[in-house]
Write a protein that binds this ligand. Structure first.
Ligand code: 7PJ
Length: 406
């Protein structure tokens, strides 16, 4: 069963209006809690939830709870759209928590309404305070066949130089990758992948204090790069490829980013298919999240990523970007990589990988304003930081004039 946030009043927007009424900060906060509305889609629930929870209530009492629109009983029994104020949801959650038969609904609704606070990630001495701004991960490729800067950084020394330049441009984290995962690419033996990335990780550790991520799906590679000082393992299979990997990350005290993919790079773009792309991406990411936590990686050290371009059509990519907020229901910070990807070429009339900067910035700004991504993975760090400086500032604008208070 899954609860998915369709829409919700942004608390800071309500605060703006309430501040304009010159109410105290405390009453503004309380009223925001009471008045904020949300719409939540429940999928794969039990058909009996509604009867179990609100059986004998008359119309008047029903008004105390969210409006409950049930799915068509013949083929969508158990699915529902719940719509109501935060206070109404809190009443329903309290009721659902009383019985083990409905506890799962209580937990799902609670998670999706973000009643628990989002924590901070500490990585290599830096703090990532989720929600304050969009952080930037800079891409450092060490693969001879990577499509977007293919062959430009084939040896370790120039990859290190490139990484240092990205750090100086304001990257919050550097992502070193030694195995190309572009559509159609073949796997690289672990020894070769390690030979490519190890020197780069060592070189970057010596030259910059920016935290280092390594893009690998292999435990043997992860073991060595974590020893060399890498802080995060970025697995494009979301812990679905190498069962040893979660334990390796846990033992080293590392962080991880778990990405969704449908199929492996060689074949993933052949026939991507989903009944419900958002729901299936969430199921897959949650499986990885559970593997990570069972292995002992603390929740606050796990990022999730919908995997734009990995086993997805143009429409799947766009729909996921539009609906990123639903993925927030998994309770983890989100990392999203759109930089120079093929769907941007399609949308701009067939531009090649090196001509997709403006399109990339369009996607980065759109995500930032819609409030979807906590980290964006990009090749062009200077330009992305500029675009985000603007988009994040619009999102957090406070200065409505004197009547809005300080
Ligand atoms: C991604 C990635 C992404 C994460 C690549 C490319 C293909 N890791 N590695 N997310 N993409 N976490 O850069 O175009 O989207 S490789």
């Amino acid at each position: 069963m899954r609860a998915r946030l369709i829409s919700r009043d942004r608390p800071d927007d309500l605060m703006v209006a309430l501040r304009r009424l010159n109410l105290s900060v405390r009453s503004c906060q309380q009223l925001t809690r009471e008045l904020g509305h949300a719409q939540v889609l429940v999928t794969g629930g039990r058909p009996s939830y509604e009867e179990e929870l609100l059986p004998e209530y008359g119309t008047r009492e029903r008004e105390q709870f969210p409006t409950w629109v049930s799915g068509k009983a013949s083929d969508r029994a158990g699915d529902a759209l719940l719509s109501g104020s935060r206070k109404q949801f809190e009443r329903l959650i309290a009721l659902a928590r009383r019985s083990p038969r409905t506890d799962a609904l209580a937990r799902a609704l609670e998670a999706v309404l973000e009643l628990q606070v989002t924590p901070v990630l500490e990585l290599g001495g830096r703090r990532f305070e989720w929600g304050t701004r969009t952080y930037v991960m800079g891409v450092v490729n060490v693969t001879p066949d990577s499509f977007s800067d293919g062959g430009r950084f084939p040896d370790a020394a120039s990859a290190v130089e490139h990484g240092v330049a990205l750090a100086e441009a304001g990257a919050d984290i550097l992502d070193v990758g030694g195995e190309s995962t572009r559509p159609g690419s073949l796997p690289v033996p672990a020894e070769e992948e390690l030979a490519r990335v190890l020197q780069v990780v060592e070189g970057l550790r010596a030259r910059t204090s920016v935290p280092i991520s390594v893009d690998t799906m292999k435990a043997s590679v992860a073991t060595e790069v974590l020893k060399a000082g890498a802080h995060l393992i970025n697995d494009v299979t979301g812990f679905h490829f190498d069962p040893v990997l979660p334990g390796v990350v846990a033992a080293a005290g590392g962080a991880c980013c778990l990405m969704h993919t449908q199929g492996m790079p060689r074949t993933m773009q052949q026939t991507p298919h989903y009944e419900d792309v958002v729901g299936e991406v969430m199921d897959y990411l949650e499986e990885g999240l559970l593997l990570a936590m069972v292995a002992g990686i603390p929740r606050e050290r796990i990022l999730l990523d919908p995997g734009i371009g990995f086993g997805k059509t143009l429409e799947h990519n766009l729909f996921l970007l539009r609906r990123l907020e639903e993925l927030r229901g998994l309770g983890q910070p989100l990392l999203v990589g759109t930089s120079r990807k093929s769907f941007l070429g399609t949308l701009t009339g067939g531009r090649g990988p090196t001509e997709r900067l403006a399109a990339t910035l369009g996607s980065v700004a759109a995500m930032a304003v819609m409030g979807g991504a906590d980290v964006v993975r990009v090749h062009d760090v200077t330009e992305a930081r500029d675009a985000l400086a603007v988009a994040d500032a619009i999102r957090h604008a406070r200065g409505g004039g004197d009547l809005y208070g300080a």
